[in-house]
Ligand binder design. Structure first.
Ligand code: FE2
Ligand code: FE2
Length: 188
């Protein structure tokens, strides 16, 4: 089982590295909005479309499955499962709210800058706090349970979708985002 666990852990860590890059770009565009400059709304749209797609559908599902298997061998994980479920749901809700703000602005609706900045702040804080908790506590715990964890029989909904930006091929709707990542020297 050890090799399988190591591989899944590496996939989760790689997702976090990619998400960290996108959160930094998102943060910078929102800082522009906050300082009364014009952010790149197309970039914000693409980042949030990605963030509310692949990570929610694949990364979080994969984590939910691994954490549930961990709880089967460490009953103390049961309490963490409640927080994980809550965090994943909230990250999805906050991401979708921010995406709907950006779509509204793009279609000409006037929104208060303060409200959009506040929605972004909530999203960035929750994402970063959650990932920090996983990087510092949950992922090392996965590593320490390698010998006991049984991660065979991956559920069918986990991993069925390839990463449309950082995966083997870039989905056509994300070419602009991929170029933006490359231009910053942040390409994977
Ligand atoms: Fe997570
Ligand atoms: Fe995660």
């Amino acid at each position: 089982m050890t090799k399988q666990v190591s591989q899944i852990l590496e996939e989760l860590r790689e997702d976090h590295r990619n998400l960290t890059v996108l959160l930094a770009m998102l943060d910078r565009e929102i800082a522009r909005l906050k300082s009364q400059e014009d952010p790149d709304y197309e970039l914000l749209h693409d980042i949030l479309t990605y963030m509310t797609g692949y990570p929610d559908a694949v990364h979080h599902k994969k984590e939910d499955w691994v954490y549930a298997r961990m709880a089967a061998v460490r009953s103390s994980m049961q309490r963490d499962l409640v927080r994980i479920e809550h965090d994943h749901a909230e990250i999805s809700n906050l991401g979708n709210k921010l995406l709907s703000d950006i779509k509204a602005i793009e279609s000409g609706t006037v929104l208060r800058r303060f409200d959009v900045v506040e929605d972004a702040r909530r999203y960035l804080t929750r994402q970063r706090d959650h990932m920090r908790w996983e990087d510092e506590k949950l992922f090392p715990l996965i590593d320490s349970l390698k010998a006991e964890l049984d991660l065979s029989g991956k559920p069918s909904q986990v991993g069925i979708m390839a990463d449309p930006v950082f995966g083997p091929s870039v989905e056509s709707s994300f070419h602009t985002l991929f170029e933006a990542i490359k231009n910053e020297g942040l390409a994977p």
